[in-house]
Design a protein around this ligand. Structure first.
Ligand code: PMT
Length: 414
């Protein structure tokens, strides 16, 4: 159940400074958020797996809450936007889940229990080292003379390390992986898990790295069957013909996908009409997980607006940390935007950057320059040449962990 507007405003952990005008504004924002929530979850159908996932998440969270352990919900990968109820076509995005899967490993290393809410078939902690199309696990193995399958010499050390970490997380029940596919699955799962995390109080951390679609087709506008690209069925059966919509001559036009002629009539185009997805960060902050620490990500492609958009998001939702990243440099630098501190850049030193096919290294530093005149970005100390490649998540997670410790201390003092 969502919290009432009044209770959320006076929530113990709220970081906002109250004034009469801002509280009125907050009440309005809370009411809008609550209406959006009620509307969305009433009008859309819960995913079939929700009940099972809820039971698994509840048992996992309660077990770790009993030990007083920190639990992080890591969201990861992209959400799909189906265009048909019996879905053949959907809109998707670029995210492979690298940020989420890598972060989950470093959270486990830092002693957290990790609930990993991820896009089905996207990268998973530990297996990510061997499951990507460019790192096919079969290339790491060979058949020995005795018929056993063994790791190739040059990879064995790393494989053993990864395997031990994976088995240790599994044996201690420190990692629960739950999949989603559509934007709707994601929103239902996020709400339920965030609410289940309440008993953790400030020990709960929500780390929202999933690339969530901002637009969707609402159920009342979604067609049941595969959208047709030709009117061949209509012509034979008369099915779907709406006489009021008849434009003389148009429905006689024969057209199929194999006809690439420039004569393709405008009426045969597919126009997709999407509604905005309600931004549930407000509900998350005030109602679903009011004591937990909330970290959201802000992804942009334009360096000129990244820091501004991250600051705007923090002001609007009043949570604890926004991590800004650019699509082209996300593997090498991010910016931490918090209410307490100046923006801080976390950056992988040049000679320890892993080559990323989808990155543009020359763009590193541009967003910092655009945002702050004369600001000296935080670089890691110089490291000797030849050191191994560094994953940026190995720098992000300890920094998030330190902020989480301050958050816990602050809440416990109140
Ligand atoms: O998977 P990788 O290839 O490694 O890429 C990682 C990443 C770039 C996807 C990741 O680092 C990242 O930036 N994730 C967030 C991208 C995003 O969805 O940004 P946004 O501006 O649309 O959303 C801002 C925040 O609000 C996000 O934390 C999102 O989880 C949250 N949100 C978004 C929409 C919505 N309806 N409700 C939300 O709560």
């Amino acid at each position: 159940m969502p919290a009432s507007p009044t209770s959320s405003i006076f929530s113990k952990t709220s970081t906002r400074t109250m004034s009469i005008s801002s509280s009125r504004h907050d009440v309005h924002q809370d009411e809008t958020a609550e209406l959006a929530e009620r509307g969305y979850f009433n009008e859309n159908t819960a995913p079939a797996a929700l009940e099972r996932h809820t039971a698994l998440a509840r048992a996992f969270i309660n077990e770790h809450a009993a030990f007083g352990r920190r639990v992080v919900l890591v969201t990861s990968g992209g959400t799909t936007v189906p265009l048909e109820k019996q879905t053949v076509r959907f809109i998707d995005n670029f995210s492979a889940g690298t940020r989420g899967a890598t972060s989950a490993e470093y959270f486990l290393e830092a002693g957290y229990a990790v609930l990993f809410l991820h896009r089905q078939f996207s990268l998973l902690p530990y297996s990510r080292h061997y499951s990507h199309a460019t790192d096919c696990f079969l290339d790491f193995l060979h058949e020995a003379s005795d018929g056993n399958v063994v790791a190739n010499d040059q990879y064995r050390e790393k494989m053993v390390k990864v395997l031990r970490q994976y088995n240790s997380a599994k044996q201690q029940n420190l990692l629960l992986t739950l999949p989603f596919t559509t934007i709707n699955d994601y929103l239902f799962e996020l709400r339920v898990i965030a609410q289940l995390m309440r008993p953790l109080g400030p020990n709960g951390l929500l780390y929202l790295a999933a690339a969530v679609s901002d637009f969707f087709v609402p159920p009342e506008r979604m067609v049941e069957h595969k959208i047709q690209s030709t009117n061949a069925v209509e012509k034979q059966t008369g099915k779907g013909k709406d006489k009021s919509d008849h434009t003389p001559g148009q429905d006689e036009e024969a057209f199929d996908n194999f006809d690439s002629s420039p004569e393709v009539p405008r009426s045969k185009r597919l126009i997709v009409d999407l509604d905005p997805v309600p931004k549930f960060l407000k509900n998350l902050v005030d109602g679903w997980a009011p004591e937990g620490m909330i970290v959201s990500f802000k992804l942009e492609t334009d360096p000129e607006i990244l820091v501004h958009k991250a600051q705007y998001s923090l002001e609007r939702y009043q949570h604890h940390l926004v991590i800004g990243n650019l699509l082209s440099t996300r593997k090498w630098e991010v910016v931490f935007v918090t209410p307490q501190a100046k923006n801080e850049w976390v950056r992988v030193p040049r000679h320890r950057r892993k080559n990323a096919l989808d990155g543009i290294e020359d763009m590193v530093g541009i967003a910092a320059k655009s945002a702050e005149v004369g600001y000296k970005p935080l670089e890691m100390g110089d490291l000797a040449e030849g050191e191994p490649e560094l994953e940026i998540e190995s720098l992000i997670i300890p920094a998030v962990q330190a902020l989480h410790t301050s958050h816990i201390n602050k809440v416990e003092k109140i």
